[in-house]
Design a protein around this ligand. Sequence first.
Ligand code: F3S
Length: 276
Amino acid sequence: MKIEKAKSYGFCFGVKRAVEIAENSKNAVTLGPLIHNPLEIKRLADNYNVKYVETLEEIDENIKRVIVRTHGIAKDKLQKLKEKDIEIIDATCPFVKKPQEIVEKMSNEGYDIVIFGDKNHPEIQGVMSYSTHNRVYTVLDEKELFDIKLKEKIATVAQTTRKLENYLKIVNYLISNYKEVRVFNTICNATFENQDAVKKLSKKADIMIIIGGKNSSNTKQLYNIAKENCESHLIESATELDPKWFESKRLCGISAGASTPEWLVEKIISKIKEIA
Ligand code: F3S
């Protein structure tokens, strides 16, 4: 069986940057996991003593440095951090900062805000918190807007990891129903590149292995695209591989989410070679 990696996969610019910041900030904590990959989080804890806490309350006087993670944090939490006697190291991806700034500016100018994304995702909770009023509507599709009466001025942004074609449906609904719509394409290119590459490879592969955290939204997107075209499995570690998957397969495609480190991809490829 041949193994082929997608043309573009794995660590994006924002994650690479955050991991480097963490490696250079030994003995710091992050509020929530730095990135959505449990094994990389463990490596940072074991090798650099960079741990994470879930809540602000856990940050006691023994903690001197806090890293703000790639997905960013809510504005009020950032404010509370600033009130503590600690060093704040900001590893928010610049592409996540962008929608935060847009939402702050446009809400200040009186625009209703429509966010295409998952309101339970930390990135979106952060972005929502930048609105200076409460007319912020976070939706996953245009149908959720049917019963909402928006004002005439609307600004819209998207979660960085969403699919453009779905965002366009929301944008289309908005401009068909309202007079002034300011559209900001805040979807990240790194996600597009990994998605395009997985689409191409999964069309010719017999099986796709997608590596990444099961809580990672962009990894799940890759998996969903792959499984439209061939048998696909989303795994976090080599222990999940099942030799049966590879029986009578000729081409195995590999892709990985934006928070998946290269060392993990290589480890899984070696394991596939061993068992297939
Ligand atoms: Fe940033 Fe895009 Fe990665 S938003 S964290 S570069 S997927």
